[in-house]
Write a protein that binds this ligand. Structure first.
Ligand SMILES: N[C@@H](CCSC[C@H]1O[C@@H](n2cnc3c(=O)[nH]cnc32)[C@H](O)[C@@H]1O)C(=O)O
Ligand SMILES: [Zn+2]
Length: 431
């Protein structure tokens, strides 16, 4: 793994500025991109040479919101709204989870993500040491947080927060720096204000970012108004939430004033179009968010509300959905959709060392097999990636210079065992 030479490939760099497509070479040294360009490079005799013919190389995809272990609940409960789905279906099943279930669901999710080109994922759940160990063992990059629901006794609140803090401390920087951590109240509707304030204080003490679900449904916004006399963004702002780097999942129902406030505070948003559609939550105001300069990114949310982790489908949904609801085919251009899943996604989670193919960046990249009918003719490869591709087109995957998928097979995970364990875990949960 010391040196890799990608020879004669096509590259979409996703570097800032105009779309940059080049035919040429890339060199990776010790997990970091050291060269990308048209000229053939000088490499060491031991370099691992990858023939780039028929492949399109791009940065690995960044999934900025999800709950990996919920992969065990794929197809378990569809076609319900968020409150019913959560309270009557998800939470009772999650209450039965034990460590082995969380591990089995996380492995299933990571396998699916790697095979469809995701190299970094954000995850909010509990039993997070299981998720973190699964990520370390697989070699994927992950930004992890023990989400806490505060609808419980003060003793339980404290115990959960202490668990979240010790997880965040213990795992930040693990896996040679591929694991990073943050803190998370699950949402303003599941955490009382004083609890949210304690979490914010802990984030200050540990110098960590914050992640939460916000304004996913109209009902949640109305409940916030009824309970606290204000909408969720102002509520969180008054509690001091945006004094930390903050990532908001969903942010579907926002007023102009809230968009302006979030832009001013520098908040990041994870847009989850498919989950929002499936739960009937609504459609986020993405064109307005982009115009306001908010750090926007894409997430799948969990498989239980998606029902897969193929970020190419999320890219396509983001590109199509806002054209439809706004009656404007320019609403989210193809290249913007691709940026949301790569360079902008990395920025939204403050991971400045990933998200583009440039010298000095971590070598998190994927190779797409473009010698297939749906990538012809060669009119516009950006267009093909957004409107014609899917996760099964991913041929190879590298994270930090280590190859994790080769010819669509996992190198660090035993796929057959993972499928078996996931099925067994699901059957245990049904009892
Ligand atoms: N079980 C923990 C909380 C874990 S955070 C992750 C939680 O988010 C829930 N979740 C998953 N998707 C969504 C969503 O789209 N909106 C809100 N909550 C969600 C999920 O079911 C899980 O309970 C506790 O009691 O403190
Ligand atoms: Zn979620």
């Amino acid at each position: 793994m010391s040196q890799i030479w990608i020879k004669n490939g096509a590259f979409i760099t996703m570097a800032a500025g105009e779309p940059q497509l080049l035919t040429g070479h890339m060199v990776v040294d010790q997990g970091v991109i050291s060269y990308i360009g048209e000229q053939a490079p000088q490499v060491s005799e031991q370099a691992d040479i990858i023939d780039g013919k028929g492949l399109l190389f791009m940065p690995g995809l960044v999934n900025t919101h999800g709950h990996a272990a919920m992969s065990l609940l794929r197809g378990f409960s569809d076609d319900l709204n968020l409150q019913v789905w959560l309270q009557e279906k998800m939470w009772p099943m999650e209450a039965k989870y034990e460590n082995a279930d969380t591990r089995a669901g996380s492995d299933l999710a990571i396998a699916e993500m790697l095979l469809s080109g995701t190299t970094t994922f954000v995850d909010m759940y509990d039993r997070m040491d299981q998720v973190a160990q699964a990520a370390v063992d697989a070699g994927i990059r992950a930004f992890l947080t023990r989400g806490v629901i505060g609808l419980c006794s003060p003793e339980e609140q404290t115990a959960k927060l202490e668990e979240a803090i010790s997880f965040a401390k213990q795992w930040n920087g693990a896996g040679d720096g591929r694991i990073r951590t943050m803190l998370s109240p699950h949402g303003p509707y599941t955490c009382p204000p004083d609890y949210i304030q304690r979490i914010i204080q802990a984030a200050h003490d540990l110098d960590l970012p914050l992640h939460t679900h916000m304004s996913e449904t109209k009902a949640e916004v109305q409940q916030n108004i009824d309970q606290y006399g204000k909408r969720p963004a102002a509520h969180l702002d008054e509690l001091g939430f945006f004094t930390r780097p903050a990532l908001l999942a969903h942010a579907v129902h926002l007023t102009d004033e809230e968009i302006e406030l979030l832009a001013r505070r520098g908040a990041s948003i994870s847009h989850n179009p498919i989950s929002n559609l499936k739960l009937g939550s609504g459609v986020a105001r993405v064109p307005e968010l982009l115009r306001a300069g908010i750090k926007l990114s894409l997430g799948t949310d969990s498989v239980a509300s998606n029902n897969n982790l193929d970020l190419f489908q999320e890219i396509r949904a983001a590109a199509l959905l806002h054209k439809g609801v706004n009656g404007d085919p320019t609403a989210v251009p193809a290249y913007t959709a691709l940026q949301l899943a790569t360079s902008l996604g990395a920025q939204a989670i403050w991971h400045d060392h990933i998200g583009s193919l440039e010298a000095g960046k971590a070598a998190d990249f994927i190779a797409i097999n473009i010698d297939q009918p749906h990538f012809f003719p060669r009119t516009d490869l950006v267009s093909h990636l957004v409107y014609a591709a899917n996760g099964r087109d991913v041929q190879h995957v590298w994270v930090a210079g280590k190859q994790l998928v080769k010819n669509r097979e996992l190198l660090t995970m035993d796929e057959e065992k993972i499928r078996f364990e996931a099925q067994a875990a699901y059957e245990r949960l049904l009892v």
